[in-house]
Design a protein around this ligand. Structure first.
Ligand code: FAD
Length: 347
């Protein structure tokens, strides 16, 4: 059984179904539920995703412009920044992308129940799951449960793991403007320690602009202050009008935990902490860890060994995330400046 119909849950379900396993996926939301996201995929992620899902990403899932260059702005400002050579990023509509993944899962033979929210396990064996639907509480037997229910995972909570899951809070705003000042068709990453331990960003999307920034919980500046400073910097450096946003949202990213699960319960994607703590890239890692979970489930002979088999499959991704976190935590503005210089010198 899989909990969560995002990239992590659907890729786990597809991998298992392709191997002939019977899979039930429950998703709290309705079809076309909204997930706060920049909707960016590095070009290389496309092949990985299409390979796992077994189909090409359809054209109608892309936003306009369909692909972007990567532009870094270091702490010293735009004049020392620039585009990274030979690097393209795909610009997708995240909600349509997730719909496509769920459709692919259904086509692979996965049974999907929308409007079904995981509540907990009925006993210590974790073999009976309680979830709620409009019709009331339901119970289902499952040999293995995969928690793919995102950064605030209820499955992880039911395993008693939520005390040690540090988060980066992220604010994202959609500004409905045709006048983007000097901004071109690029994904802009703004690096400055007093703004964010990670970065602030601007993404052209359709008729507007998506801007975002992230801060640690209970830290200074607050999320609202960080966003205000960023909008000011964007105005000063690129002449982006100080327009009021049409939509504001606050979500979170994993920032320094690895919670793979235990015995017959596996966690993937954000639930497991598998998201790049520097770039915020989590779609590809969710899909890759979903595939790793599927492979571990297919291989393990005893369901109680599923999480141990998964840890082996997912080790490379977890090590990568840990190394990136170390890099982020050591960053100061001199290092950010050097990082941008090195990236721009890359051929
Ligand atoms: C503001 C922001 C911008 C981002 N931008 C990017 C980007 O541009 N590119 C990128 O690669 N990554 C980005 N990320 C990260 C990316 O969105 C996540 O890493 C990715 O969505 C993780 O996928 P997932 O399947 O693990 O979880 P999710 O996508 O969060 O999916 C979890 C699913 O579980 C469901 N669910 C939750 N609780 C329950 C429950 N109790 N019962 C049943 N279902 C439940 C939810 O409804 C949801 O559908 C961004 C994140 C944020 C916050």
């Amino acid at each position: 059984m899989v909990v969560g119909g995002g990239p992590g849950g659907t890729s786990t379900a597809i991998t298992c179904a392709q191997e002939g396993l019977k899979v039930l996926l429950i998703e709290r939301g309705r079809p076309h539920r909204h997930k706060p996201c920049g909707g960016l995929l590095p070009e290389a992620a496309r092949d990985v995703i299409e390979d796992i899902v077994g189909a090409e990403i359809p054209d109608d899932i892309f936003s306009v412009p369909t692909d972007l260059s990567l532009f870094y702005v270091p702490p010293s400002g735009r004049s020392n920044g620039g585009r990274v050579r030979n690097y393209r990023i795909l610009n997708i509509d995240r909600d349509s992308f997730d719909d496509w993944l769920v459709t692919r899962a259904i086509m692979s033979g996965v049974k999907v129940k929308f409007g079904a929210s995981f509540e907990g396990f009925t006993d210590d064996t974790n073999e009976e799951v309680l979830f709620f639907t409009q019709e009331g509480p339901q119970r289902v037997q499952a040999d293995i449960v995969v928690g793919a229910d995102g950064v605030r995972s209820s499955v992880r909570n039911a395993m008693g793991w939520n005390q040690s899951t540090p988060l980066l809070l992220v604010a994202q705003e959609f500004i409905d403007i045709k006048d983007r000042g000097d901004l071109e068709d690029c994904f802009y990453i703004f690096l400055r320690g007093d703004l964010s331990p990670s970065y602030a960003y601007a993404i052209p999307k359709g008729e507007g602009l998506v801007v975002g920034t992230g801060v640690m919980q209970r830290s200074s500046p607050s999320l609202a202050e960080s966003m205000q400073q960023f909008r000011e910097w964007l105005h000063e450096e690129f002449g982006v009008p100080r327009e009021k946003p049409l939509r504001k949202e606050v979500w979170a990213l994993p920032f320094g935990y690895f919670a793979p699960g235990r015995e017959n319960v596996i966690l993937v994607g954000d639930a497991a902490g598998l998201c790049n703590p520097f770039s915020g890239e989590g779609i590809r890692l969710a899909v890759e860890s979903g595939e790793a979970a599927g492979l571990a489930i297919v291989k393990c002979e005893d369901p109680k060994n599923a999480a141990a088999a998964y840890v082996e499959e997912v080790r490379g991704i977890a090590d990568f995330v840990r190394d990136v976190l170390e890099f982020v935590l050591e960053l100061d503005d001199d290092k950010r400046e050097k990082f941008v210089m090195d990236e721009l010198a890359r051929r």
